[in-house]
Design a protein around this ligand. Structure first.
Ligand code: IPD
Length: 275
């Protein structure tokens, strides 16, 4: 039976190969090959190639495992192990040559993430975590900030790709921005959560994150000491992800509620909640 550290080792080696492919792809002209939820939600040929690399490497080594990828969907396994990959998180940054994008790979056992890797091939930073063991940046242990004052907190966020959804997100953020130190929108949710893990952000708050955005980076943030939850004790997920140090979480949660953040899918937003 393979152990979580061995699974992490395999994940790191696959992500390092995929990161080289992604970085090499950025040296030439990057072209959009497809769009998803909106005309600005793009896929490049490199997204697909990097996902195929992840998938082939993993399923060749471990044919009984499951696999979930942002671009190619789900392969059901029989071993209880599932790999969750975002081949390029921050595809729009990638397209614009902004060096804030990452390959993200998580390993789940019986539905819970046990190991995670988020690798930015441009900054050559690799964030890793093992459940119950901690989180690391390029091998050095990391911890989230000790901030406890919302007014002093630097908070990351992100928006969805649909214009109507963004209208609501903008309204929420407009009420929050005056209550915190400042807001950052870097454009790659996996790295935002890793920034919480290493204290470059005090917190991250975002709606609409998918399993491949959250699986590895959520574990990394949690293992670095952050609380990673939704609103009112719900698990972090598509409705909302709040990642913040324990010392800040409750106060930030209160501020989010006061700023009008609610637990409602933006895809089914009632008119009464419009800004
Ligand atoms: C997106 C980025 C962005 C976040 C979006 C994600 P993608 O991922 O992480 O920061 O705000 O919610 O969809 O599309 O670049 O893989």
């Amino acid at each position: 039976m393979i152990t979580p550290p061995e699974l992490l080792g395999l994940a790191e080696s696959v992500v390092s190969e995929a990161g080289s492919l992604v970085a090499a792809g950025r040296r030439g002209e990057v072209e959009v090959s497809d769009t998803k939820s909106s005309p600005t939600d793009v896929v490049t040929a490199v997204d697909v190639a990097a996902e195929q690399l992840n998938r082939n490497r993993i399923l060749t080594d471990r044919p009984g495992d499951g696999f979930l990828g942002e671009e190619t969907g789900e392969v059901t396994g029989s071993s209880g192990v599932r790999w969750v990959v975002d081949p390029i998180d921050g595809t729009v940054n990638y397209l614009y040559e902004i060096a804030q994008f990452a390959v993200s790979l998580a390993v789940e056992v019986d539905g819970a993430a046990v190991a995670g890797v988020v690798h930015n091939p441009m900054s050559v930073e690799t964030f890793t975590a093992l459940r119950g063991e901690g989180a690391w940046l390029n091998g050095a242990a990391i911890r989230c900030s000790k901030r406890d004052d919302v007014a002093q907190a630097l908070v990351g966020t992100g928006y969805g790709y649909r214009a109507d959804v963004r209208t609501h997100q903008a309204a929420e953020i407009s009420r929050l921005v005056s209550q915190v130190r400042d807001i950052r929108r870097f454009g790659a949710a996996t790295l935002d959560l890793c920034f919480v893990a290493c204290g470059r952000l005090d917190a991250h708050v975002e709606r609409g994150l998918k399993p491949w955005d959250l699986a590895a980076a959520g574990l990394i943030a949690a293992e670095a000491g952050a609380r990673v939850e939704g609103l009112h004790g719900a698990p972090a997920g598509e409705l909302l992800v709040i990642a913040a140090p324990d010392s800040l979480f409750d106060a930030l949660h209160g501020q989010l509620v006061a700023s009008g953040y609610v637990d409602w899918p933006l895809t089914d937003w009632p008119a009464a909640m419009s800004p």
